[in-house]
Design a protein around this ligand. Structure first.
Ligand code: SF4
Ligand code: SF4
Length: 444
């Protein structure tokens, strides 16, 4: 039976769907916007991750149906699935299930980084540039990633978010793509991937460009986890990620030659936003508080990592880290983003300066991990640790008690109804064996 838009939105909210490819913004909010176009981000932005590709091959119809539901709630007349042009198997699979009415089309992207950045994908698909400090809605678009829209489809069919398809790649004995319960620990993922090839390994939740170092391997994966990358502890990507802020500042003062390369390659600068990392580095080097825009432009940084890992790889300087610190401090001081230009024009060099993913992998010494990885289906685990705050909004509050038996899909925590947040469900059947304000552990 066809559902009304509000029924779909309520189902998505109750199912706990949050943006699976980013910070975990609650999807029910996005689906309430009224837009011209819904774009599926199928770019698999981070190199080495194959989770979205695997899911498309498994369930291309879920993606198309999820997109249709999103178009229905947002009133969008156009739906576009944007994916890389070399994903030929996925393109073939999708073509077989595209609706005949032509409302949903494929858009093929070149293989560059960051093709999956919301700002870039909107520009690539529509030719419109999201204003500084803006969101896709400002140009009549909503962007959702593949996993999110499949979860929208499942939510409309009564299934909450209880699992994630993740890529396990890098220094695992058996790299693979698997579907596991939310809250599966990183330690268990290592077992699922046949162990590690060496002792000195650092895990990143996510890909090499924007993934976060996992400090505690006994923690569980979140709804936003799309993959886990295992790298040697002395790998360039890891050492740059571990560089402290004071090291980044000292290095900048001693080594930044103001070559402009970070600004030349900065994707947001290429889209015409007023962000010039080399000028921000200069402000650090000479302790200049003025012009203030060299500092407040931190609000325009997407943290994509191009400046740190590609532009300045030989000097090993990190404008990204400086911007993250500036932004944190500005927010703490209550400073609002002053950069809100709307008449933004892309740099004429934008096409020539996109970073090919192949070049990126070579420059970052990651090419050896770029291998064909198979999808190996659903894996079960005996324990999950479900974090209740890994989404945008207020944390979810547990509604279970220690020792309580839970069945799969039972609600175990929820943010207050009147607040932005999410709902969490039991991802395995079992007993609650640990509980705190931020975590529910379930043991089978
Ligand atoms: S941070 Fe690196 S790339 Fe940027 S201006 Fe300085 S030396 Fe050049
Ligand atoms: S991380 Fe660097 S390259 Fe990426 S948007 Fe920020 S300043 Fe630009």
């Amino acid at each position: 039976m066809t559902k009304l838009p509000e029924q779909i939105i309520n189902a998505v909210r109750s199912a706990g769907v949050v943006g699976a490819g980013g910070a975990g913004f609650p999807t029910y909010v996005k689906l309430q916007a009224q837009v011209d176009i819904v774009i599926v981000n199928g770019a698999e932005c981070e190199p080495l991750l194959n989770s979205d590709c695997a899911m498309i091959l498994q369930h291309p119809d879920w993606l198309v149906e999820g997109l249709r539901l999103a178009m229905q709630t947002t009133g969008a007349k156009r739906g576009v699935i944007a994916l890389k042009e070399y994903y030929t198997d996925q393109i073939d699979a999708l073509k077989k299930v595209l609706p005949a009415d032509g409302a949903i089309k494929l858009h093929l992207l070149e293989n560059y980084y960051p093709a999956g950045d919301e700002f870039f994908i909107v520009y690539d698909v529509t030719g419109k540039i999201i204003p500084e400090g803006g969101i896709p809605l400002n140009v009549g678009a909503v962007v959702n990633n593949v996993a999110t829209l499949m979860q929208v489809y499942q939510a409309a069919n009564g299934k909450p978010v209880t699992e994630r398809t993740v890529t396990l790649v890098g220094e695992f004995n058996e790299p693979k793509v698997v579907t596991v319960p939310i809250g599966t620990t990183y330690a268990n993922l290592i077992k699922i991937a046949g162990g590690l090839t060496r002792d000195d390994v650092v895990l990143l939740d996510g890909g090499p460009m924007m993934g976060k170092i996992v400090d505690d391997w006994q923690e569980g994966i979140a709804k936003t986890t799309s993959g886990v990358l295992a790298l040697p502890s002395d790998h360039f990507v890891v050492t740059m990620r571990q560089q402290t802020l004071s090291q980044a500042i000292k290095r900048s003062k001693s080594a930044c030659c103001q070559c402009f390369r970070c600004s030349d390659l900065c994707p947001r600068n290429l889209l015409g936003h007023e962000i010039y990392p080399h000028l921000t580095m200069r402000s650090i080097d000479y302790n200049q508080a003025e012009p203030a825009k060299n500092i407040t432009s931190a609000f325009l940084c997407s943290q994509c990592g191009v400046c740190e890992l590609i532009a300045c790889d030989s000097m090993q300087l990190s404008p990204r880290k400086i911007y993250a610190a500036y932004r944190k401090e500005l927010v703490a001081r209550g400073v609002k983003n002053p950069h809100i230009r709307t008449n933004v024009v892309a740099n004429s060099e934008i096409d020539g300066r996109k970073i090919s993913t192949i070049t990126l992998l070579k420059k970052t010494d990651l090419a050896k991990y770029d291998i064909d990885i198979n999808y190996e289906g659903v894996k079960t685990v005996k324990k999950v640790k479900i974090s209740l705050h890994k989404h945008v909004g207020v944390p979810a509050i547990p509604n279970v008690v220690l020792g309580q038996k839970v069945r799969m899909c039972d609600i175990i925590a929820a943010s207050p109804d009147d607040k932005l947040g999410s709902v969490y469900h039991a991802s395995i059947e079992g007993k609650v064996t640990d509980i705190s304000e931020t975590l529910v552990e379930i043991t089978a």
